[in-house]
Write a protein that binds this ligand. Sequence first.
Ligand code: ASP
Length: 741
Amino acid sequence: MTLFYGSDEGLIKLKEILKLPFHDHDITVNVQRIGRHDLRPLLKDIKNQGESNFVVDCDVATFLHLLNQAQELSMVSHYYHYLFISMDLQMINLTSFQDSGVNITTFKLINPERNKKFNDLIENFKITTGEALVYDALLLYSKVLSNLSSFERDRPDKSDLDCNKFNNSSFPFGSLISGKMRKMVFEGLTGRVIIDKNGLRKDFYLSILELTREGLIKIGYWTPNTGVKIMRNLTQYYRNVIGSLRNKTLIVTTILEDPYVMLKQPNDGLEGNDKFEGYCVDLINEIAKVLKFNFTIRLVEDNTYGVKDKLTEKWSGIIGELINLKADLAVSGLTISHQREEVIDFTKPFMNLGISILYKKPVANAPDFFSFLTPLSFEVWIYMLATYIVVSFMLFVLARFSPYEWAKPTSCQRDPGVVVNEFTIMNSFWFTIGSLMQQGCETMPRANSTRILSGTWWFFALIMISSYTANLAAFLTVERMITPIENADDLSKQIEIRYGSVYGGSTMAFFRESKITTYERMWASMESAQPTVFVNSSKQGINLVKRASPKYAYLMESTSLEYTVQRECDLQQVGGLLDSKGYGIATPRNSPYRDPVSNAILKLQEEGVLHKLKDYWWKEKVEKKCPKEEKKDVANELTMKNVGGIFLLLVVGLIISLITVTFEFVWKTIQKAEQDRGSLCREFINQLKFAFNCKASKQKPPSNIKSTSNHCLNKLSSVEGLISNHTPSIKELNVYEKFSN
Ligand code: ASP
């Protein structure tokens, strides 16, 4: 704020104000001496600094001179506040400022309301505060004198009362009189007169006056005990503001952006507001109709919305113009943000939105040579391969352990003397692949354990093959349209696609101020990109997105994006909204118009006018509509999330078959041990040894061959039989070796 003083005495008074803790509130105080000279250069400087609060201590004539000069520089308006701390402002004529809306506040000590007997005096004579104080002083003196006893009254030496006569002697009754004055209490022209022990007035009453359209009006009072008490009637104040808006012409600053504010085409011969059209132009027209004001649209000089310079802390664009009071309202797609709200005021939002990504629609990909692999994800293919190996091997192992898997070979011979196991390692692998490919195989499981495993495997194969076939059909019929990015995170993790926003707007500020890692990374990339990724207007951004190379994604607000994709059929929105905010009409800080405009917006919203306007500019005013895209089912490769269950089922089948084979193995071994009347333990060891001996044959003697005491004999007889009845293969000879050992 600026303190104006007119005399040295005024500066002494202002000293008390300067002692206040302005620094704590970040307030800079500027002190200037004023007089009746040309104040315009000084005022111009102050205006350029964006100063609008003034405390003035000078005589009323100088204050009037200051107001006249300020008016020439448009510094007498709603945005300027003058606190006139010298009194007697009611003595001058302020009618020429009454309609300007300027905020002038002052004080009045003369208070006839408190003592009606002075009404006539005040009405007949225009009395200044100084005169009223002299009046009350004389009244006090006369009251004291009349209270003196006759003895005291007769004593004063008249010569001592001559003020012009200077001598060292003092008025002998001075202390007596001043003592009595301190005890005297009465209602004077300046309110109740009470003098404290230091001889100063105490407990006095100051009326607080404010300039309105009806003149200076009391809005409150101050007393040492109560402090400031404001009694302003807010409804009255609001009515006054609305009244002052009637037929007033407000300056509306804006920026060209489709569909908010656009130049009419063709533009020839159009002047003033007629040159413009768009959602915001219609909106301000509707608000002006409600509040009955006129307006002039002006385009912002630097063509930006407004962002704070980190070094100079100065605001650019529309925000800068409002701070410098170059406009009364800003009506555009101006985003309400916390940083902006600190320096200007916003009305209630008239539209809600968020930041999103504009990118080109993907074009159909040329069919892939290996597209048959696409129905299943790489991960699933690897799991399938691993499962195939594990199941085949387990089948081989189960078959070896399960005694029921050993059977007589199919030959014409009645009793070949050996049993064979068809599930060799190769056959096991062949069996599983055969069933997976739905071809089958000659080898078939006989034991319950191997059958359980095979059954589970067949079920697994059935599900996998059906899923693959179904998905393959979808993949081959649906054109694969792959968007390389699906959200902001994808964008931040790649370097092929450049991305940026409009320069000097809230979108840029959002990324600059964000503390979220993804957005921080995006800001670092945007800031360092060469050439710059920032554009001067949304049009430029949209054109960059449409260009084939280099690829560009444009970060813009969802409402503008929605408007764009309805007209540019090759563009689309990628991902959701990165934040949530609104557009509002902005006014300079503490503007009295903010509340009436906010109310008008709410009214229009409730009446459905805002909705109609949006529909008109977004949906109805479309020259060429984009063809409606059929919602195609997008085929997605199957991942473990889709088919994990069947893998789990297979594991369960495997476990059950393992338990079954254990039972089979134990059961048969017990049976054999009983049959042979041999040691169970030994039998176990023998059977296990055979099963674990990988080099062992696929054949073994049938389990009904007697063992233990007759063991070797039986073995030999069966082997002999084998040798005599059958031309032995190398493997059969191995069996012979095994048993003869
Ligand atoms: N509407 C925005 C603003 O107020 C412009 C943008 O940054 O996208 O700054």
